[in-house]
Design a protein around this ligand. Structure first.
Ligand SMILES: Nc1ncnc2c1ncn2[C@@H]1O[C@H](COP(=O)(O)OP(=O)(O)OP(=O)(O)O)[C@@H](O)[C@H]1O
Ligand SMILES: [Mg+2]
Length: 431
């Protein structure tokens, strides 16, 4: 079983437990020794006194010579009868500790008679109580001291670990120019940990940099041929082509524009901050444009398509991101719906795309947002990248995406622009 307690607290607990065991054993040892010595010494003393009374005083017919704290009883003496309550006491030493009485009793049986010495021990008991209080106070003090010492030690032990954690967590760590961590630590376990972080962070930095360069190179290099295609389409349209040709040219121009949008999306995702100054579009504007694009395709497949405005959000959004998200969800709705209706519903805080398709089984609902994952409903030649791109855009913009679906009941993907959680921690899952 793994414990979730912070390491520093575990150090403190270990200190306190160790002290409890050590000082507890010492305290118990002291109490046991005091009791043992008390039993042995007092028993020896009482036996000696009783023998003296019997052999010197009683034999000589004298009254026992005892101090005020000690009394003598005998079963065969009318002057010192054994009180009723001591009648059953066993032979040897017994200690009486009652609320109003604290005494030692020593019983001796000889020649068919019982002899008894009773010694008041309240004074000793009071001292014993003081001693035990001191032992308990010492025990508690040891625990408090060990707790304090544990806190100080834990802080000292954890200081380099906390410093290392802070450095590893720092956003600059992914910057290739950041200095390595290991040289600023001693050559111990923490130094080894820092060296391991340096190695892993180095690999991570290199692969991030490679991916960033790849994405921006590819995106950048694709823009020129795409521009050539778009301009050529415009020129071809100026030559008054007949209807069938016009339709094909417009399809090519639309595809080039879609690719251009995708290139921009990839560039923006690769270089965070690039989209800050970009133009904005409202949800209704982008939805209208996407409805014009996907409506005919849906109807051509025999599906109904509805654009429902339930009081759409009026804020300005990055049009490239919004277009890419909506287009991917619309394309999926078109692919994975055989009969029925696809609805694009604009809401106050976002939008949802509902279909009456085959739905996503519950066990697939989280995984379909991962790259290269296709569900059992997968159709055609897709790679399983559409929803992962949507999810990455949502992480980048702070939007929230949730999928609601039941098998045979269709699917509903909902995008919320104002999620309850902070950006970069997307839910990307089913509610
Ligand atoms: N509207 C939907 N209805 C039913 N299943 C869906 C729907 N949208 C997505 N899915 C499931 O989620 C999987 C992942 O979708 P995603 O868009 O990521 O990939 P894809 O559509 O298979 O391929 P690509 O988008 O890369 O062309 C799909 O394979 C499909 O099983
Ligand atoms: Mg898809």
């Amino acid at each position: 079983m793994t414990t979730r307690l912070p390491f520093s607290r575990r150090i403190v607990i270990a200190f306190v437990l160790m002290t409890m065991v050590v000082s507890g054993s010492f305290s118990l040892g002291i109490v046991a020794v005091v009791h043992f010595v008390e039993d042995q010494l007092i028993s020896k003393e009482l036996r000696g006194k009783l023998n003296m009374v019997l052999h010197e005083d009683i034999r000589a017919g004298r009254e026992p010579r005892l101090d005020a704290r000690t009394r003598f009883f005998a079963s065969n003496s009318a002057g010192h009868p054994i009180p009723e309550r001591f009648a059953d006491f066993p032979e040897g030493f017994t200690e009486i500790e009652e609320e109003d009485e604290a005494s030692y009793v020593y019983v001796l049986e000889a020649n068919g008679a019982r002899y008894m010495l009773l010694q008041d021990q309240r004074e000793f008991e009071d001292r014993e109580e003081i001693l035990f209080s001191v032992v308990v106070a010492g025990f508690l003090l040891c625990i408090v001291l060990s707790w304090g010492l544990g806190v100080v030690m834990a802080r000292q032990v954890m200081a380099p670990v906390a410093r290392l954690a802070g450095q590893v967590r720092h956003p600059d760590q992914l910057d290739t120019r950041t200095a390595p961590l290991a040289p600023s630590y001693a050559h111990d376990e923490i130094g080894h940990l820092a060296a391991a972080f340096d190695k892993t962070l180095g690999q991570l930095r290199r692969s991030i940099e490679r991916e960033r360069l790849f994405t921006s190179d590819v995106s950048h290099e694709l823009r020129t041929p795409l521009m050539v295609i778009s301009t050529s389409c415009e020129l071809l349209l100026e030559n008054e082509p007949h209807d069938a040709q016009r339709e094909q040219i417009e399809r090519i121009a639309r595809a080039a524009r879609d690719m251009n949008d995708l290139v921009r999306t990839f560039l923006m995702l690769a270089r965070s901050g690039l989209d800050d100054a970009a133009e904005t579009a409202t949800l209704a504007e982008v939805a209208r444009e996407q409805a014009e694009l996907w409506g005919p395709a849906l109807r051509a497949k025999g599906l109904d398509f509805e654009l429902v405005d339930e009081g759409a959000d009026t804020a300005g959004h990055n049009p490239t991101f919004l277009r890419t998200v909506m287009a991917n969800l619309m394309r999926n709705a078109l692919h994975y719906t055989a009969i029925g209706t696809v609805r694009l519903v604009l809401e106050r805080d976002g939008f949802c795309i509902e279909d009456t398709g085959m739905g996503v089984p519950a066990h697939e609902r989280d995984r379909i947002f991962e790259p290269f994952v296709r569900g059992t409903a997968a159709r055609g030649e897709g790679l399983g990248l559409g929803l992962s791109l949507v999810k990455r855009i949502c992480e980048h913009t702070g939007w929230d995406i949730a999928a609601k679906s039941g098998q045979e009941e269709g699917t509903c993907f909902k995008i919320s622009f104002a999620p309850a959680h902070a950006p970069d921690q997307p839910r990307g899952s089913n509610p």
